[in-house]
Design a protein around this ligand. Structure first.
Ligand SMILES: [Zn+2]
Length: 122
């Protein structure tokens, strides 16, 4: 699985009774990349919706035969939209809605995530 650099914003979310959980989100405008994560271990993935093998396919379908590089779980069973669902520091799942007002560019950072890709999709 490749790593992929993604420009995103950082936020600190409250979730599952814990505070200051660091989460990342992407501006909805521009390039159509989404983030998803493994709800077992919190590993974050970049999903390129402009990849024709992915398109509008459901996350579970895209990850059907992919093992999480973080914990080995088959992602079909653990993948979820991120940071709408994220793994909080206490191991429970929290929910975070990214703000609709996107911060200025200088507050963004380039992060590297696993690229969720369909390499041997038939
Ligand atoms: Zn995992």
């Amino acid at each position: 699985m490749r790593r992929r650099k993604v420009r995103c914003y950082r936020a600190f979310a409250e979730g599952a009774g814990t505070f200051n959980n660091e989460v990342f989100y992407i501006a909805t405008e521009g390039y159509r990349i989404e983030l998803a994560s493994c709800t077992c271990c919190g590993e974050v993935f970049a999903v390129d919706r402009e990849n024709r093998n992915i398109g509008a396919r459901a996350l579970r379908e895209v990850s059907a035969s992919v093992a999480c590089p973080g914990c080995g779980t088959v992602l079909r069973d653990s993948i979820s939209a991120y940071p709408e669902v994220f793994l909080a520091r206490n191991g429970k799942l929290g929910c975070f809605s990214p703000p609709t007002i996107i911060p200025p560019d200088e507050e963004s950072a380039v992060m590297e995530f696993w690229a969720l890709e369909i390499e041997d999709f038939v």
